[in-house]
Design a binder for this molecule. Sequence first.
Ligand code: PGD
Length: 762
Amino acid sequence: MTQKPVMHSAHWGAFHAQQAGDRLTIKPFAGDPDPSPLLQNFHTALNHPARVSRPMVRRGWLEDGPGPDQRRGNDEYVAVSWEQACELVARELKRVGDTHGPEGIFGGSYGWSSAGRFHHAQSQVHRFLNTTLGGYVRSVNSYSSGSASVLLPHIVGDMNEIARRGVSWEEIAQHSEIVIAFGGLALKNSQVASGGLSEHTERGFMQQAAQRGTRFISVSPLKSDLPAEAKGEWLALRPGTDAAFILGVLSVLIDEQLTDEAFLSRYTVGWPEMVAYIRGEEDGTQRDAAWAAEICGVSAAFITDFARQLPGKRVLVTVAHALQRSEHGEQPVWLGLVLAAALGQPGLPGGGYTYALGALGHYGKHHNLVSFPALPQGKNGIDRLIPVARISDMLLNPGKPFDYNGRRLTYPHIRLAYWAGGNPFHHHQDLARLRQAFCQLDTLIVHEIAWTASARHADIVLPATMTLEREDVGGAPTDRHLFAMQPVAQPHGEAKDDYTIFTELARLLGSEEAFTEGRDTRGWLEHHYAQLQQKLAMHQVEIPDFEQFWQQGVLELPQLKDGGRMMNAFRADPEASPLPTPSGKIEIYSATIASFDYENCPGHPVWREPQQKPDADHPFWLIANQPATRLHSQLDFGDYSLSGKRDGREVCSLNPDNAASLGINDGEIIELYNPRGHVLASARVTDSVMPGVVQLPTGAWYDPVDPTALRPLCRHGNPNVLTLDIGTSSLTQGCSGQITVVQVRKYAGELTPVQAFIPPQG
Ligand code: PGD
């Protein structure tokens, strides 16, 4: 039966959808100038065989009860009724809550989930655990920006001010002369924004800027990190060496007296310490262009010439999330700011420093005057936390102390983890270690729309509806359109909304009223809409009533033109509008960070050798970056994601010189390996990757031939089998999964088909 088209919205765009049998027809929102091809992943998603159809319980857990278990990831599943499943979950939550308190439950539940404001799965988990069990051990920060979001408040201000409200794309199109993009400005990243994105404008802005003469310089090992429309230059440094490059550039600016000393003395603290470090007055090592050249793999003459071209120009420096997602990832973020300050640019139109421009569709945009409310999460009765990427460390080391942002904390002893809306076997590093960590739990409960590897490691899997099967409101705080997300289809199989599942569990645990406040989904949507209406009315803005909004499907909200507001005000009057740092200025030297006494992140930016470096056994850098054909691991079984694979396997790009010396031809199956495991992929030979580097995107669902192997072989191409599970530094403890070192060879073993999308036996 063909339904009539309805409005809906995803993290990668708004659209009209119409169901015809098992297939969806998708028409992008008419106001989107450059719709994302990721929309194609919806076509066959609704009733795909990979969907979870019924509540399932792992056989070992069902038969032997809760407890640490090495069978996780390698067990059968038993279908149970919803009634039975909810009783099992409620009983187990009560057991753990009564015996260990909220300290025994990990409810971080990290993940992107889907785009609706109400059904945001992580918020649902948090509200449920707060209202029924009094709280949970939480996680802080994100895999995206775990390092920068902790560092930036120490040295300049809140990350959102520097990224979302940083220098706007309009200003760049109108004013920037040189944009130095450390990590590039790939459109595959900006086509996505958490919460939704109705207008993809980055391509147009880059085109406009390039036509006016802006010089875009993409500093990256991958040529593809800058779109052709930017007509830019590609500067390929060795992965992870951007901090050394910037130090080399600064040394030229200092030696040739090209720095803006008036700006530095009025608006910053710590420049003398930085100069002393660069000149080697601290330790005898001079960080000049020749020193930097050795590390980064470009010549000293190039670095010198590069530096000389910057003074006197309207220069914007931006540093991508990717650079801080590696060991010592704080340093390039900090040094990018120092470079902008040394050139005297912060606060000038189209100049200065902006964090992670283009890393998400939110950045360089404008905020709505009023945002659509999010689901209140209630109050967490305990204050136990981990930086999000320390999940394996926590589960493997209960009671062990660790450092984080000036605090000495200890890992709690977690018995039960509750996950909805995330895929740790996509997002975390060193997946064999992660499996060991999850094997320590008494119980792992997962709500999932599909049989991801995370679901396959769970003890209880509850089938969740996907966004297309329920109503919601879509709208990120930086998107001027608010969307009625109308249901496109009936729920798949026995799937239920996360909210409905939690309502039933709350009822069994005697907390239904506290969890629901007497509202169903429609009740919450109307309640939040009324709050939006009231807040807008205070600004004399009227919007239609909920029913009318729901019928028309979309509403335009007023926006603030607030790009760069913090830095502009600071430049205009640093005394009246100080930055929210201890000194009120840009902190090139942070006395606060220095006081923590971390060797791996001292009081001013430094170059530190990473513990991972190519050597004879593992001569290649692996870049494990964001995929172009899906958001993270979401809908990896979708049409567009599959179109990017070869024979169902992920594609790994390598340089023609390396391919020739390894005897590898385009299209052959290669094996990437290191002490943590092995990964198969189809080789793409391309000169858009610098020599010595191979690139394998994240997001192919983990598909180990033997899930229990200490060094597993993933036949599908998940690079997190290979990445190292270490924090970026003691200051931020961010995820460092962006780069690692590997060996590469033509695969000579037995080749079995990818099985990631075949549900487990049960
Ligand atoms: P997603 O694939 O978005 O990945 O990690 P994240 O866990 O967010 O997972 C979302 C999951 O939610 C999917 O499995 C989807 O099916 C499920 N889901 C969607 N909607 C719903 C719903 O309504 N209810 C429920 N219950 N489930 C739902 C992303 C993370 O990976 C991030 S943000 C980054 S930036 C990191 N990037 C890298 C990287 O660059 N390199 C490496 N090596 N590793 C990374 N990991 C990180």
